[in-house]
Design a protein around this ligand. Sequence first.
Ligand code: LAC
Ligand code: ZN
Length: 458
Amino acid sequence: VASDILAALRATLGNDAVLTGDAIGPRYACDATGVAPKLPLAVLRPRTTEEVSAALQVCNAHRVAVLPQGGLTGLAGAATPLGGEIVLSLERLTGIEEVDPAAATITVRAGTPLQRVQEVADEAGYMLGLDLGARGSAQIGGNIATNAGGIRVIRYGMAREQVLGLEVVLADGTVMTSLNKMLKNNAAYDLKHLFIGSEGTLGIVTRAVLRLHPRPAGILTALCALPSYQAVVDFLRHAQRALGQVSAFEAMWNDAYRFVADRRADNPPMPVTHPFYVIIEHAGTDLEADAAAFETMLADAHGQGMLIDVTVAQSEKQARAMWVIREGVAEWEAVVGQIHLDVSMPIGTIGEFVEDCRGRLAARWPALIPTFYGHIGDSNLHVSLAPGTDDAGVRHAAEQTVYDTVRDFKGSISAEHGIGTLKREWLSYSRTPEEIALMHRLKTALDPNGILNPGKVL
Ligand code: LAC
Ligand code: ZN
């Protein structure tokens, strides 16, 4: 049977678009978690929406599971094969189709790297509202399919809020093209939202229209040291009141800052002794006036005791040095087998959650190194665990401990990474039985044969 399907796919897409056997590189075996890599049956590399459609028609007719893959930077296992799937990689469906300066939109193909979309927007005098550490390899289609978050959510919202129009190929090969450019379009159900964040289980994103924002005149960045979590929250609200908006607000508990600073060869931008660190960014429209307002805001916060210390970046290089510490917290998995969790809860309760969670983890696993950090301005806390062991049982029990604490605090088990395979068993902590039942009904309606990314999300 398998050879029939491959022959049909080769006839439809051409030989070079169908990889099998040794031609399948290890890159297709796993996402960025590194957990349980498995090679797929074959890898399809369509170049057009029509080819994606043709491939799905063949796979649906033969009832073969299809796993869409983007840049493989996900952290929930959604793009990792479980066995028996055909991978459909969007890596050749790339390119920017249009920048519409009047509508302030950019029309992109799914396989385009996020960073490329950002650069083209920038060249046109605009800014994309989405940014995250994996910008160089993450693909925009994957960002949409997982409703990615990142460091600009506090100002511009998640990937969902950037999408005005979408083209999706359904499980049976139907192409639903809805490349809407209007912010307002209330003509019945807004179907794009079904697919954004569905992690490849309801359809495959092939193109999108994204909204653009005015390019800021400059970005002001500061690294701050703070005495307590209460000071972190007070500082956030103080900065928003003083400046009207902040474009990023990233917090690191001492353990996270120290974790990266101790492992890097260069000197950190600030000593490792402070209880909390915040990177704050203000994207302004008038460089001189904004810089003055930024300095005044920081001086006031310092005067009121919210800040212990503060360094304003004097160049892009200095700003990068601050961000390298923050982005580095999630980039040591190759060294210590870290697990990166992405929980959320109301901002006022995060400090207490961290103390509770850290206590529960330390009581059971004294050798485990937890680090706490995240996009605190949008209520997203990251908990990274370095279990100090390969024991899958320990890793699982440590995750269970974090999620039990999240449930006690009425938070969400996934703020931004999604469910994939790694969080499926805890979905009921954050969604009601009625919500989950409706999700199953949607899945059945859109993919009656269950070929799209089976074993993920639900
Ligand atoms: C980050 C990833 C872990 O924010 O989401 O660094
Ligand atoms: Zn994150």
